[in-house]
Unconditional design. Sequence first.
Length: 245
Amino acid sequence: MELKIAIVTGAGKGIGNAISKRLVEDGFFVLLVDIDKSNGINAVDEIGSDKAAFYLTDISDEKQVNALFRSIEETYKRIDVLVNNAGIIRDNMIWNMDTVDFDLVINVNLKGTWLMCREAARKMKQQNSGRIINISSRAWMGNMGQTNYSASKAGIIGLTRALALELGKYNVSVNAVAPGLIDTPLTEKIKKEALNKLIEAQPTKAMGKPEDVANTVSFLVSEKTNFITGQTIYVDGGKSIGAGV
Ligand code: NAD
């Protein structure tokens, strides 16, 4: 039987790691892409090299992304699923934010996602099949101190919608998932007091788990969603609904 190949970026830890494990459970052979070598290798050791492989790649680097897809083409000849999950934050109020932190966040979150989408689109169009899931964030709607991050995540939604139009007739769907507050190494960096306030502002009064996002990705790449494309699904405990008070 032919292997079903899924690529997951930022797969070494956090949400990407949970997505990778969930897609392995769903029967995919998962290609874990990350800029962090030791986390990526550990993740594959944990999953098993019969079910996953690690690719060291900085998704914001065009040459590295192109080399990644060349290597995948040589080895596997197909791509069934691409999950663009890698993302970073560099928070500050705009008046204190250095240009380098704007560029970095846009380059990884938005340009990196676009570079990966372009290569996957070329392959999936030719295959006449495929699923692309882009991890945006509820923060695209606006978060204090995140002008760079919110802009990058809003950009991902625009990219998702436009690409869904371009790839629709090639039997390729493109959807976005917008997580809210999820308990990962990324949110561990938030100061305890600030984190408690964020949790208190949640309608559910709780953080989500990486598995909550992974389950949604699993659903979106399944046969159950053949007629869904260009959509953004919120996994945020209701935070996107509106004012909670
Ligand atoms: P994380 O920091 O725990 O993990 C991110 C992973 O991406 C790391 O393994 C890191 O090495 C990798 N990465 C970073 N830059 C990369 C690059 N240039 N190329 C390849 N890999 C790179 O983050 P997380 O909390 O698991 O978040 C995953 C995604 O979900 C991100 O896109 C994030 O913006 C989004 N998100 C997270 C939350 C949350 O509350 N944790 C909420 C909304 C959206």
